[in-house]
Design a protein around this ligand. Structure first.
Ligand SMILES: [Zn+2]
Length: 114
């Protein structure tokens, strides 16, 4: 039983090291779509004819309550945003795993009560 606890504590330490730099994390996902500039006379945005501009890269963030915020991403920031999204996904994955390990530890501790 003691071994099991040591094992779990060790894997928790390893999981903590897999956390990315939390200062970089960004929520949401990237998508690309056409946009309309709404400038009068723009041939790309002409009603019924134009397809709009793009496709441009959009950061789509779910704000809850069915609200979604869509933020255009300039090309030079795209790579950075992609990395930040990956960091967020990695953080969520590792947090879930740590919570799972803690659950196991909790069960072990309960069994070991005198
Ligand atoms: Zn336009």
């Amino acid at each position: 039983m003691k071994d099991r606890i040591t094992q779990l504590t060790t894997s928790r330490k390893q999981l903590l090291q897999q956390l990315p730099d939390l200062c970089t994390i960004l929520p949401g996902s990237l998508l690309s779509r056409m946009v309309r500039c709404n400038k009068p006379g723009c041939r790309f945005c002409e009603k019924g004819k134009g397809k709009g501009h793009g496709p441009i890269c959009i950061l789509s963030v779910n704000l809850g309550n069915r609200k979604v915020r869509q933020i255009p991403v300039p090309n030079e920031l795209r790579k950075e945003v992609e990395e930040s999204l990956r960091a967020f996904a990695q953080t969520q994955k590792v947090l879930r795993q740590i919570a799972q390990v803690n659950l196991e530890l909790f069960k072990e501790r309960k069994h070991q009560r005198p």
